[in-house]
Design a binder for this molecule. Structure first.
Ligand code: ADP
Ligand code: MG
Length: 498
C-alpha cells in the first residue's frame, strides 16, 4: 500500500544535510549489511541493492530507489523493518521516506533550503508522490531489467522451497490451501474456480501457496507461468515498446495456468487495459488464472471496474492472521529444516513457544527470527537461551515486549467473560457454568505464562497438576473441534496480550 502520510519533511534543517550525510553514510552502510544478513541475499538483491540514502533531516531519513515499483514495494513490505534497523544504528531516525530518483518519474522534489511555502512540499507534491496521473513511462524498466525481460515470457522462477509439502495448514489458511491444491491438480477440460483469487496481509503465505501451485501443476505436465507484478509490467512495457504486444499476448494465451502475484501493484492505464485483456482472454479460453493480492478485488483502486469484477468473479479466498497454533507449527517446521543443515543447532521447546508467542505479525518475521537464532548459535557456539532469544528477536517484536501475563489477570478476564466470579473459578464448585471457564483459564495459564502445571494448580485453589493437565488437553481438543470456541479462546488470548 502506498504510504502517503504527509511526512514530506519540512526542510528547515536542509542546510545541514551536506555535513550530516557523511556521518550517516557509514551508518547506512551498516544498515544495509544488516538487512542483507537478516533477509538473505535474494531478498536483499531484489529490493535493497539499489536503495540509497539521500539525506537525513529533522529525524527523517530520505531514501531513494530507481523505480516507483521498488518504492511502493519497500513502503508496503519493509518500511518498518528498514526504520527499525536504521533506528538501531542512529537513534534520532524517527521516520523513513522513500523517493524515486532519476528522470521522468515523479520525484519528491523537496529542495534544500527552500522557503516554507514551496509548493513542492505541499499537498500537490504529495499527490504527485502518490502517483496520481503517472505516465506509463514511470514504470519503465531500467536498461538491465529490460534486457533481462527481453520480451520473453518465461516468467519469474519458482522458489524450490515453497511447495505444498512445506506449507503448514491451519485454520486461517485451510480454505486457501484446499482451493490451491484443487486448482493445481485439476485435470481435464476447463478451469475450476476462475480466477482463484487469494488475498491476505504481508507474510501470510500467499506467495508460498502460489509457488506451491506452480510446482504441482508443472509436475503434472501443465504449462505454467508465474509472474510477479513487476515482471508483468516490465514485460508489457517492453513488449509495447518493441511493438510485439500481439506476440506477447499470443504467447500468454498458449499456457495452461497463469499465476500472478501481488496484482495490487499493477497500475498505469495501458498496462491495466492489457492486463484486463489478458485475463479475459485466458479465462474465456478455459485457462486457469490464479491471482494473489494484499486486498480483495473490490479494493484494487488502480484497476478498472470491469477488471475488478472479473477478478472477483471466480473464487475469492482470504488468508487471515496466523493463529498461535499455526505459528508454532510453522516455526517448528522451519527449525527442523534448519537443524537438518546445522546439526548442532538446538532450540528448546520453551524458546520456540516464546518466539511463536512474541512474533504475531507474519510468517516472514518467523523466518527472520529463525535466521537470527541460527546466527546467534553459530557465532557464539552456545545454545540459545530465553535471554539470547529475547535479544535476538527484539526488533521483530515491534516495540512491544511480550507482556508478562499474570494468572490472576487471566482468571479475572475469563470470569467476567463468562459471567462468573473469580472466586467461583477458584472454588470447588463443579457446575458446568463454572467448570468450563475454569478449564479455559487453566489452559490460557499454561499457554500464556511460563508457569508449570503444579504451580498453575496451586494458583487455582490448590488443585492437583493432573487436573490442570486434564483441562489443558480438554480445551485443546475442543478448540480443534469447535471453531466458535476456538475463536473465543483466540480472542481472550489477544485481549490478554494487548
Ligand atoms: P506473502 O506472499 O503472503 O507476503 P509469503 O508466502 O512470502 O507471504 O510467506 C512469508 C514467509 O512465511 C515465507 O517464508 C513462507 O514460507 C512462510 N509461511 C507463511 N505461511 C506459511 C505456512 N502456512 N506454512 C509454512 N510457511 C509459511
Ligand atoms: Mg508475496
Amino acid at each position: 500500500m502506498m504510504r502517503v502520510d504527509g511526512t514530506v519533511a519540512s526542510d528547515d534543517e536542509g542546510g545541514r544535510n551536506g555535513g550530516g550525510t557523511m556521518d550517516y553514510g557509514s551508518a547506512w552502510a551498516r544498515v544495509k549489511r544488516r538487512l542483507r544478513a537478516e533477509l538473505g541475499e535474494d531478498v536483499f538483491a531484489s529490493w535493497f541493492a539499489r536503495l540509497e540514502l539521500e539525506a537525513v533531516a529533522g529525524g527523517t531519513a530520505r531514501l531513494t530507489v530507481p523505480t516507483r515499483f521498488l518504492k511502493s514495494w519497500i513502503e508496503s513490505h519493509y518500511l518498518d523493518r528498514v526504520l527499525g534497523t536504521f533506528k538501531a544504528e542512529v537513534e534520532e531516525i524517527a521516520r523513513i521516506e522513500v523517493g524515486v530518483r532519476g528522470t521522468g518519474a515523479p520525484v519528491r522534489t523537496v529542495t534544500t533550503g527552500a522557503p516554507k511555502a514551496n509548493p513542492a512540499s505541499g499537498p500537490l507534491a504529495r499527490l504527485h508522490a502518490a502517483g496520481a496521473s503517472v505516465p506509463v513511462a514511470a514504470v519503465a524498466p531500467e536498461p538491465r531489467q529490460a534486457a533481462e525481460a527481453g520480451g520473453d515470457l518465461s516468467g519469474t522462477p519458482l522458489d524450490a522451497r515453497l511447495t505444498f509439502a512445506s506449507f503448514v495448514i491451519g485454520r486461517s489458511n485451510a480454505l486457501a490451501h484446499a482451493a490451491a491444491e484443487r486448482v493445481a491438480n485439476h485435470q481435464g477440460e476447463g478451469a475450476l474456480y476462475n480466477p482463484l483469487y487469494l488475498h491476505a496481509g504481508v507474510g501470510l503465505g500467499k506467495t508460498h501457496l502460489l509457488h506451491g501451485i506452480g510446482h504441482a501443476a508443472r509436475e503434472a505436465g501443465r504449462r505454467v507461468i508465474y509472474l510477479t507484478a513487476d515482471r508483468f509490467m516490465y514485460g508489457f512495457v517492453n513488449a509495447l515498446k518493441t511493438q510485439s504486444a500481439l506476440v506477447y499476448k499470443e504467447r500468454l494465451r498458449g499456457i495452461d495456468l497463469l499465476i500472478l502475484d501481488d496484482v495490487q501493484f499493477i497500475q498505469g492505464k495501458s498496462i491495466q487495459a492489457e492486463f484486463g485483456h489478458t485475463i479475459n482472454a485466458l479465462i474465456d479460453a478455459g485457462r486457469q488464472v490464479v491471482v494473489a493480492s494484499d486486498r480483495p478485488p473490490t479494493e484494487l483502486e488502480a484497476l478498472d471496474e470491469r477488471v475488478r469484477s472479473r477478478l472477483g468473479g471466480g473464487l475469492v479466498v482470504e488468508i487471515t492472521a496466523l493463529d498461535e497454533a499455526l505459528r508454532v507449527s510453522i516455526l517448528s517446521a522451519r527449525l527442523a529444516a534448519v537443524r537438518a543443515a546445522h546439526p548442532g543447532f538446538d532450540v528448546s521447546p520453551q524458546v520456540a513457544s516464546y518466539v511463536a508467542r512474541a512474533i504475531t505479525a507474519n510468517g516472514r518475521d518467523l523466518e527472520g527470527a529463525v535466521n537470527r537464532l541460527l546466527a546467534h548459535a553459530t557465532l557464539t557456539g552456545t545454545a540459545v537461551t530465553m535471554d539470547t532469544a529475547e535479544n535476538a528477536i527484539r526488533d521483530l517484536v515491534k516495540n512491544r515486549e511480550p507482556k508478562r501475563i499474570k494468572i490472576e489477570d487471566i482468571q479475572k478476564l475469563v470470569a467476567s467473560r463468562y459471567n462468573v466470579s473469580r472466586s467461583d473459578i477458584l472454588s470447588e464448585r463443579r457446575t458446568a457454568a463454572v467448570v468450563k471457564p475454569r478449564q479455559i483459564a487453566m489452559y490460557l495459564s499454561k499457554v500464556l505464562t511460563l508457569r508449570s502445571l503444579p504451580e498453575i494448580g496451586r494458583r487455582f485453589g490448590g488443585r492437583d497438576h493432573t487436573t490442570v493437565l486434564h483441562a489443558v488437553r480438554k480445551i485443546e481438543k475442543l478448540i480443534g473441534e469447535d471453531t466458535v470456541l476456538g475463536d473465543e479462546v483466540e480472542l481472550l488470548k489477544r485481549m490478554l496480550q494487548d
